[in-house]
Design a protein around this ligand. Sequence first.
Ligand code: HEC
Length: 196
Amino acid sequence: MRLIITTMAIIVAIWLIPFVLSDESGLKFGWPYSVFFTLATLFGGFLFYLLRMPPMGPFTSSRRAIGSVVLVFLVSIGIITLLANVSPQFAFEGAATAGATAEERGKAVFNDPKVGCFLCHTVQGAGGTRGPDLTHIATVAANRKPGMSAQDYLKESLENPGAYVVPSFDNIMPPVAKALSPEAFSDLMTYLKALK
Ligand code: HEC
């Protein structure tokens, strides 16, 4: 019983974290995260409840055993696939749109904690180091792939980062383009192309 209470207390504590974090932490994922985590918490509680039920009798045939495993597998994969289709990644709704010029707005998108580019990339000395320094990305992008323009390379980097993985870095960049509105994407492109 004590184990259950401790575990539930930990789960609730984790559940509360996003509410107390500041926007700058980059760890706020918005309401889809809270809904998802709440459901996961309730499901976890349900599993504890199941622990108290009498154990299930042995399977009467191997066909039934295999059938149950296949059924559970298909249902889980089905639910996950459905969720992924209904809500492909968390969209960065309302990603920074302040700024007079496309370049300024693009810079705001880049530095928006909800989008998180700066958490992995440095521009002019500020930012993370998990990804390459982007201070001169426009120049770099023009020379990355022979025959590919800076515009096309940048677009590919945001849509399908795994297509070219910069040497000595890991293939960990998310396909950010999918989660941006067309306007935010185009502003971001303008900003990156200005980093010569
Ligand atoms: C989780 C960390 C992470 C986040 C968040 C992230 N990136 Fe990246 N990015 C990387 C890594 C690591 C690489 C190098 C590996 C690769 O090429 O896929 C990279 C590569 C790139 C490149 C190609 C760089 C080059 O030198 O060829 C561009 C451009 C880029 N990111 C832009 C962005 C922008 C813009 C955002 C925000 C919308 C962003 N990244 C968000 C980690 C990240």
